[in-house]
Design a protein around this ligand. Sequence first.
Ligand SMILES: [Fe+2]
Length: 406
Amino acid sequence: MVAGGAIAYLEIRKADALAFGLAVSTSQALRVHVAQGGEPHTEPLNAALAPLLKQGYVHARVSNRLGDMLAEANSANHAALLARLAKREHVPESLVAGGHRTLWLPSELVVQVSIPLHDRNGNTIGSFSGAYQVDAAVRQRVLSDLARNVSMVLLAILLTTLVLYPVIIGLNKGVTQLSAELMGSNIALMEVLGSAIAKRDSDTDLHNYRVCLYSIRFAEALGLADQTIRVVIAGAFLHDVGKIGISDTILLKPGRLTAEEFSVMKSHVQLGIDIVTKSNWLNGARNVIEFHHERFDGSGYPHGLRGESIPMVARLFAIVDVFDALTSRRPYKQPVPLQDAVRILAESRGSHFDPRLLDVFQDMAVELHAELAGLAEAGLRQKLQQQVTKYFLESFGEGVSSLRGA
Ligand SMILES: [Fe+2]
């Protein structure tokens, strides 16, 4: 490949040198006739230029120092080439001080040459310029060589790609698998933490599973982005994780809490924040944990935030959390009938709950309740697994398959 490129380079260099050498030797004679005072010797100048046309030049010209033409020779057999050259800058700026350049035309390869002419004292008295037509066979060799060179480069690229592609795909698959496993571990951590407090609070994971499924459907109905729905899922799982730090006497007390006990109970929000702050991934649930007891009218805790200054995911979750608390059975109470639960929620429209969000939820509450409220733990877990796979794992493609079976 390198040898091939060198052939083209050497052929062009050879043509350049030949054209330039001819011009230099001719310029010796030109200098004599231009340098003499008075009228330029047109006849000798023409005579000096004429041999160039037999040696490959198609055009040659002598000018005085002002650029006016003194003599010129054009090949009669190359009218088309001369016309094409005439359309171009005859002596480019880069060649005014002398030099040569290769010019690729559609079917010709031409070397343009320019040489300044000096008198004995070194003063510039004029210039020679010309166009040398590189032999067609040489041009063809250069072209063939360049084409071969390009083909070799393309072939090398193709072979490299063919060799590297499976390697890159393999590496990518490995990274995907590891990412999926890491995500699986994070999800398991989320489930374990959520389940730990659920078991203490009510001896089952039912509440967590249901609020999670309700929240997902609610968020989908609101048209929330997948990223936000992932926050909703983690938040629903972990919303009460801080209750791990609340004593049984308060957490499991069947009757009403005293003001002091309620104050302790409220601390579960800060405890929850403290727990998830330790993990970047779990911290995604923070907006639900921190704000799920805020109320739309500002009467909630811990911050007393009002209206839309409460994060959307927490406003959404507050509705779902109360709805499930009302409609589910607890050790100390029977479930409230669905219609009563809907009415109780409506009574807090605009006070506890965001009215716009509540309207959306009320429209779907009957259907959601019918689908999910009666399901046993296994059925809920299966539905939740489908949603977790959809929102957390499907983006990992094939790497997920092993997790699904885990
Ligand atoms: Fe809570």
